[in-house]
Design a protein around this ligand. Structure first.
Ligand SMILES: Nc1nc2c(c(=O)[nH]1)N[C@H]1C(S)=C(S)[C@@H](COP(=O)(O)OP(=O)(O)OC[C@H]3O[C@@H](n4cnc5c(=O)[nH]c(N)nc54)[C@H](O)[C@@H]3O)O[C@H]1N2
Ligand SMILES: Nc1nc2c(c(=O)[nH]1)N[C@H]1C(S)=C(S)[C@@H](COP(=O)(O)OP(=O)(O)OC[C@H]3O[C@@H](n4cnc5c(=O)[nH]c(N)nc54)[C@H](O)[C@@H]3O)O[C@H]1N2
Ligand code: SF4
Ligand SMILES: [Mo]
Length: 762
């Protein structure tokens, strides 16, 4: 990795843990735990099977080591570009997902109340018959659009075909779009002509001379190749600017760290854009040849001064100027990170990402080393036999795909609206929900509404492997095979060095778990849906591989992975921009046509009301959302989250490090107890916790009620006006200690441009 001593000293605990994980070749770097190490033999002499990780959706190529019929170790596929033999802590711990005692082992039917976790074991025939019966009954009574499907990840595609074939449009990649990349995706699509943050990230940190991270907390946010490219950039001397109200893992490594007032990033970005234009720091050739809207942008940003932004953002002018100078100096090899999780404050989220895309373009950092780059698609052929025959879907008069939001429809129905339709029956009733790969109670904010919505449904079922919240709230639970036990798609990577690989079973499925294809095929039969005609699962993989001139057999001979030459950069003279205008849009006509802002502007998000502080959140480097909380190895490492609380606030409230407190939000909702981490590394106007903890499923024996869930504090959601994605950082909390509600003092004065949040409850 080429780190020198100084770099090593700069490495924070969290970052070092993450980096150690990446360098471990999947070794056992975790703290020893007697309970879990005992029943696994060593991996020496084990059989090796290549496959693809799904401990998160980044899908790193892996090798599973199998001994005595058990998967005993997971490493990265050594032939995989960038990753090589490395996996992260979660990838390594996939072993413990297979053998988790709290897996869903058989088809289950709910016996107690929704959420209670009382189940009866039923047969596959009973389970599938009952699901098919309910799908048909709901469709007959309310029409096809009363059927909804929430999905995420590789297991969900097959079943999605069923919902398409039933004629509903209410399937949505929720929450991975409407709670994640949505606003960023829309902004980049309309500014530079493609989505830089899809399943992949097309930003070339490895070759950057300077990087800007706004929020993006790489090192806590872990995707192996992404982190390695970031480290490659830093090790090669790239300067790093980090903007975060919290001293995050990358803040530890930053040359310039800007501890910004939460919610004010676009003030900083707009002041920077203005500064770059006024001081002629932009790439004149790139702007002249490839951008439209420069004069409009110049006029629109001219009043965003550094002094103004410093006051709004609570930063120092000198630091802000130094930062933009560092970035400009590296132009065009400068990485303005496009971010990933972008549903922060609702109103300004698209605009903030427009500003990031605009800065990228002003620096000419498009399709050049170090900037954002162009994907190189790797396209396996389609396997018709793996699909259902889709029905003609007629949009109902009041579509939840379009609704109030002019740009949502290509991305699926607006989830918040589908949930409201379940609660209110308006604009039409939604009465059945299928869930696959989403933990709806933990990852869709405002779980109180989600629970209300579920209780209004005629029927809810899911395909799951863990007895988490989604499972215990479902009427029928189908045991899905773990990714190590099944075929899936052919997985492709269209980044700097593109590749193609295949997920294949490392071990046979345990208990009565079945693959997503088997489940979809057997449900389709009962619904008279044509399609899913492959006899064996190998058939559709082979069908897809045909386009790449491969078979499963030949791919296995090649080590399970094939790489291709990438084509990420362009000579600026030959660069084609794929927007409607053929130019980078510094001002977006399509937005103006929809009566929205063509250019970003500062949208103040309300400040914490008196006595409250803002709740912010992020990732634990060794957990994935809520899905890994019960994993023996990962739970052993980090069983619960901590509440980051500013030292001065803690002192004034008399709260000591490690003490357990309860949070109460602006709507009176209370959290589970959470232990405090007293630290100067967070501003006094925010508290922070890692997402995913505080499980509400009594069937998860390790994770149940360990730590607190951020989502249970999120009842104030602000929709962005473009796609209807909802905010999450618009919630405020007070601290309850020993049953006493403690008011949090305001230590950083709020400027007059920012209103306070008004509490409406009595
Ligand atoms: N280990 C692990 N890695 C993951 C995941 C996981 O579950 N586990 N999930 C993956 C997924 S799907 C995603 S989307 C990404 C998410 O990861 P990112 O895209 O990096 O998420 P962000 O919300 O941008 O970053 C969180 C950071 O934002 C800071 N923050 C909070 N409010 C503000 C603000 O107003 N301004 C600024 N500038 N910063 C603020 C927080 O302090 C925190 O450090 O992580 C990915 N990587
Ligand atoms: N409060 C709050 N909400 C958030 C976020 C946050 O930071 N805070 N982050 C948002 C972001 S960025 C994202 S991307 C989303 C992620 O949202 P989700 O994808 O819902 O996240 P998980 O909690 O991992 O839930 C995945 C569920 O699928 C199951 N699962 C895992 N693998 C498989 C599989 O192969 N097959 C099947 N059938 N099921 C499987 C897991 O057991 C788990 O129950 O959450 C968003 N929501
Ligand atoms: S980043 Fe980690 S968890 Fe995600 S796919 Fe790669 S190894 Fe698996
Ligand atoms: Mo995400």
């Amino acid at each position: 990795m080429g780190m020198n001593r100084r770099d090593f000293l700069k490495c924070s605990t969290a970052t070092c843990a993450a980096l150690a994980a990446l360098e471990m070749k999947g070794g056992n770097f975790l703290r020893p735990s007697k309970a879990i190490a005992a029943d696994l033999p060593g991996s020496l002499g084990a059989k090796e099977v290549t496959s693809v990780c799904e401990m998160c959706f980044w899908r790193c190529p892996i090798v599973g080591k199998v001994k005595d019929g058990k998967v005993v170790k997971i490493e990265g596929n050594p032939k995989s570009p960038v990753n090589g033999p490395r996996v992260c802590a979660r990838g390594n711990s996939g072993v413990q997902l297979v053998y988790d005692p709290d897996r869903v082992k058989y088809p289950m039917k709910r016996m107690g109340a929704r959420g209670e976790g009382k189940w009866a074991k039923i047969s596959w025939d009973e389970a599938l018959d009952e699901i098919a019966h309910n799908i048909q009954a709901v469709k007959k009574k309310y029409g096809p659009h009363a059927l909804a499907y929430f999905d995420h990840g590789a297991s969900a595609e097959n079943m999605r075909g069923i919902f398409e074939a039933m004629g509903t449009e209410n399937y949505t990649s929720e929450p991975a779009f409407f709670q994640c990349v949505g606003p960023a995706a829309l902004a980049y699509l309309n500014t530079v002509g493609y989505i830089t943050t899809g399943t992949r990230q097309y930003n070339d940190m490895g070759h950057a001379k300077a990087m800007l991270l706004v929020g993006s907390h790489i090192g806590e946010n872990i995707h192996v190749s992404h982190v390695r490219e970031y480290i490659q950039g830093l090790s090669s001397g790239a300067k790093l600017v980090v903007v975060d109200p919290r001293f995050s893992a990358p803040a530890n490594k930053a040359d310039i760290y800007l501890p910004i007032r939460p919610g004010t990033d676009n003030a900083l970005l707009l002041a920077w854009i203005n500064y770059v234009i006024q001081h002629k720091l932009y790439n004149k050739e790139f702007v002249a040849n490839h951008c439209q809207g420069f004069d409009e942008l110049k006029a629109a940003t001219k009043d965003y001064s550094m002094d103004w932004a410093a006051r709004i953002c609570d930063l120092k002018v000198g630091d802000m100027k130094a930062a933009i100078e560092v970035l400009a100096k590296a132009s065009p090899h400068v990485n303005i990170h496009p971010g990933r999780h972008s549903t922060w404050y609702g109103k300004g989220d698209v605009g903030r990402h427009q500003s990031l895309a605009i800065l990228t373009a002003l620096f000419g950092a498009v399709a050049v080393p170090g900037g954002i780059y162009l994907p190189t698609p790797v396209k396996p052929s389609k396997a018709e036999c793996a699909e259902a025959k889709a029905a003609e879907v007629e949009s109902p008069a009041a579509s939840l795909k379009e609704g109030k939001y002019p740009f949502s429809s290509p991305f699926g129905s607006v989830t918040a609206d589908v949930i409201q339709a379940m609660i209110t029956g308006k604009p039409y009733p939604v009465k059945l929900l299928g869930v696959n790969g989403v933990n709806i109670i933990q990852t869709i904010p405002n779980p109180y509404d989600t629970m209300k919505a579920i209780n209004n449904l005629d029927f809810i079922f899911c395909e799951e492997m863990m007895a988490g919240e989604t499972a215990v709230w479902s009427d029928i639970v189908l045991p899905g095979a773990v990714y190590l036990e099944r075929y899936d798609d052919v997985h492709t990577y269209d980044g700097l060095t593109p590749y193609l690989t295949v997920r294949q079973p490392v071990v046979p499925a345990l208990y009565e778990a079945k693959s997503p294809y088997w489940i979809a095929k057997n449900l389709a039969k009962r619904l008279d849906i044509k399609g899913y005609t492959c006899e064996k699962e190998e058939d559709f993989i082979n069908e897809m591989l045909k386009g790449a001139g491969l078979t499963l057999e030949t791919l296995r001979e090649k080590g399970g992975i094939v790489t291709y030459p990438g084509n990420p950069y362009r000579d600026p003279k030959k660069l084609e921009i794929k927007t409607d205008s053929g130019k980078v849009n510094l001002s977006i006509k399509e937005f103006a046509d929809a009566k929205l802002d063509a250019m970003p502007k500062f949208e103040p998000t309300p400040a914490p009301p008196k006595g409250y502080t803002r709740l912010i959140y992020g990732r634990s480097p060794i957990h994935t959302f809520s899905r890994t909380m019960n994993n023996a190895w990962l739970h052993n490492e980090e069983p619960e989250n901590r509440l980051w609380l500013n030292t001065e606030i803690a002192k004034r409230l008399g709260i000591a490090d490690g003490e357990a407190v309860v949070l109460e939000n602006q709507d009176g909702k209370r959290s589970l107890p959470i232990k405090v981490l007293v630290t100067p590394g967070i501003r006094p106007d925010a508290v922070y916790m890692a997402h995913g903890f505080g499980s509400r499923s009594p069937l998860l024996s390790r994770a149940y009620q360990k730590g607190a869930a951020d989502g249970f504090m999120m009842t104030n959601l602000v929709a962005d006006p473009f796609i209807g994605a909802t905010s999450k950082r618009t919630n405020f909390v007070r601290i309850i200690k020993d049953n006493k509600v403690l008011d949090i003092p305001e230590l950083r004065p709020v400027p007059k441009e920012i209103p306070y949040f008004e509490i409406k409850r009595a």
